[in-house]
Design a protein around this ligand. Structure first.
Ligand code: COA
Ligand code: ADP
Length: 583
């Protein structure tokens, strides 16, 4: 599986055909009064660079549909150079995901550092309004393959984003928060800003559509004014939450931008901005709403304590509470999504507000492990192959075999963890704790006292039972050619704490990737990033002392063959014996 030398060389020569680069020296006209590049200007450059990359692939005009969360890691000073690189990660039907990386360069010291990274979605648009179907983007390098695969997972998250936010904001837990009254609290209305802009041809592309980046820049401007009114100092923009352009805007539109501080926490505040457009007597069209987090730093760069806010009645009070809910989601998203996939602490407690991000993390960790090209074939027996991958003290293994069953049927059978007891001797009992949605399930798995196939005494030296709380996330292919994926990772559940007399084991990253070979043949790959609990079970196989992996996956194959045409006990769609418990 490791890549031959000449392919590696070719990879070095290869340049993604959609890649677009922009370099710009930051001049005083691009900066704010603190001689730092204004974020609005940066957003315009990011948007136009990404749009050119999207158009390179689409071959027709494109507009910004949405931008995922952006975390700004550093500010950029006048005289420094901003380097922006954008490339298409994946084309869907009429939309594409474009990855954008922004770095800063100091010309005198030669130093480079990352400013931010963003994922924007662009949609094709003909002047006549009809949609243009995109040709697929074919990834060539390993890095492109990983991004291509993860793009499908990020798209899934984007499409449910609005619903998740709605659900969470109506969650009563966040509505019990009391306003912390202090004499020093600043009335929210003091931070309110309203500003109007006329969209001129310079603000629009060749199709007279207003550039998304221009709208974001105007939004950032009013948000900064609102934030400054709270702290009477210079605020720094830390984060812009994921947002969506609901409707287009054109040359001649009047854009009305409104902003207010929704809530102030100890060291950060949330400013909400709303952009609406009108022409003549027309009613206002809602273009975009965004939530931005600012902080204020002292001269040593340490965050200052902010005054509290006193919200206005009704909408102000609702936004105050919703800002608290968004803050929790923002933190979950930042730590669960942007951490290296398998470095998200296993102790992250699963709850409804972070479910989508843990599910994303679960699937993307497996996809990244599967996409590695340095797997080494360790042993093979009757076409069941065992591969290993060692990286920085972490050992992962992959077991691969082909079987006469359709990929979809294998996926249905293997994604029901309850049925794993039928073929895996390491699964003594399995209990479905909770059906999260059609694709995500929480299980408790109990392993027997003895280890993997031939008992390994070191696996369970104390001879006590071991259990795992697993999040199982399954995905159907997004396009033909994509595999079916079943990802497993440990989570903690307040309703299921470890019990005495039972070791709580942890799974970092495990699961199946099932690739269709032909209509009734599929290639099954099982992955496991070996945690200390799993390692002893497999190490004897890897060392060539046993081949228990072979016997387990032969039993798995027999299970698949025997159930190839049988109807499932609990219907085909969901794991058997569903247990719905309120969590
Ligand atoms: N994030 C990312 N992509 C999204 C999305 C979101 N929140 N909502 C929809 N899309 C994607 C869909 O997945 C679909 O992609 P696909 O064809 O590859 O499957 C595509 O947008 C079209 O979706 P559809 O539901 O058919 O269209 P729509 O009627 O909801 O329109 C836009 C979507 C983006 C075209 C429309 O909202 C729009 O014109 N917005 C303004 C865009 C603009 O002008 N931006 C510049 C600044 S004003
Ligand atoms: P919501 O009111 O549900 O938060 P909107 O899309 O109406 O959603 O507004 C987004 C944000 O824009 C609000 O949270 C608020 O911070 C800001 N905003 C909306 N309307 C006004 C207004 N009239 N004046 C000042 N800021 C506003």
């Amino acid at each position: 599986m490791s890549m031959p030398q000449n392919e590696v060389e070719r990879e070095e020569e290869y340049r993604n055909p959609t890649e677009v680069k922009k370099s710009q020296i930051v001049m005083p006209c691009h900066a704010n009064h603190c001689q730092e590049l204004s974020v609005g200007q940066l957003l315009k450059w990011m948007d136009s660079t990404a749009c050119l990359s999207a158009e390179r692939h689409a071959g027709c005009p494109c507009v910004t549909a949405s931008v995922d969360d952006i975390h700004f890691e550093h500010t950029v000073g006048v005289g420094q150079v901003v380097n922006i690189q954008a490339k298409v990660n994946r084309a869907f039907t009429t939309s594409m995901e474009v990855g954008i990386v922004v770095s800063c360069e100091d010309l005198f010291s030669g130093r480079h550092w990352k400013v931010c990274q963003a994922f924007a979605t662009f949609v094709t648009q003909r002047p006549t309004g009809e949609k243009v179907l995109l040709r697929p983007f074919v990834p060539r390098t390993q890095a492109e393959q990983v991004e291509h695969s993860l793009a499908a997972e990020r798209r899934r998250m984007r499409t449910v984003h609005t619903d998740i936010m709605k659900d969470l904001l109506t969650n009563r837990a966040f509505h019990r928060v009391e306003v912390q009254e202090t004499e020093m609290a600043v009335p929210a209305e003091r931070t309110r800003v309203e500003s109007v802009e006329l969209v001129l041809p310079t603000h629009a592309n060749h199709q007279v559509n207003t550039f998304g980046g221009q709208i974001m820049a105007w939004m950032e401007n009013v948000a900064t004014i609102a934030a400054s009114r709270l702290c009477n100092a210079h605020p720094t923009l830390q984060t812009i939450d994921m947002f969506y352009f609901r409707a287009p805007s054109h040359v001649g539109d009047r854009l009305v931008l409104k902003a207010i501080v929704n809530n102030a926490f100890k060291n950060s505040m949330e400013v909400g901005v709303c952009a609406e457009a009108y022409q003549g007597e027309e009613p206002l069209r809602h273009i975009n709403s965004a939530f931005m987090t600012f902080e204020v730093c002292d001269s040593y760069g340490k965050p200052c304590t902010l005054p509290r806010i006193r919200p206005e009645p009704l909408d102000g009070w609702r936004r105050y509470q919703e800002a608290i809910a968004r803050r929790k989601i923002r933190l979950d998203r930042k730590y669960i999504i942007s951490c290296k996939q398998t470095e998200v602490p296993l102790s992250v407690p699963w709850d409804l507000s972070n479910q989508v991000y843990l599910s994303y993390n679960n699937v993307s960790a497996l996809k990244m492990l599967a996409a590695r090209n340095d797997w080494v074939l360790n042993s093979e027996k009757n076409k069941v192959s065992l591969y290993t991958l060692e990286k920085k003290q972490v050992l992962s293994f992959m077991i691969e075999f082909e079987t006469d069953i359709s990929a979809e049927r294998a996926f249905m059978l293997l994604s029901d963890l309850n049925r794993r007891v039928e073929w895996d001797p390491n699964y003594e009992r399995c209990e479905l704790i909770h059906i999260v949605d059609d694709d995500d399930f929480l299980y408790r798995v109990v392993t027997p006292l003895v280890g993997w196939g031939s008992a390994s005494p070191s696996a369970n030296p104390q001879g006590i039972a071991q259990d795992f709380i697993l999040l199982a996330s399954r995905r159907q292919p997004c396009d033909s050619g994509d595999p079916y994926v079943i990802a497993l990772r440990s989570v903690t559940l307040p309703t299921h704490p470890p019990t005495e007399g039972c070791n709580r084991g942890e799974v970092l990253c495990a699961g199946f990737s099932i690739q269709e070979v032909s209509k009734n043949v599929s290639k099954i790959s099982y992955f496991n990033q070996a945690s200390p609990e799993v390692l002893p079970y497999i190490s004897t196989d890897i060392a060539g002392l046993s081949s228990s992996f072979y016997s387990i996956f032969c039993t798995c194959n027999t299970f698949l063959q025997e159930n190839r045409d049988k109807p499932d006990p609990a219907g085909d769609q969901q794991p058997s014996s569903p247990v719905k418990t309120p969590l």
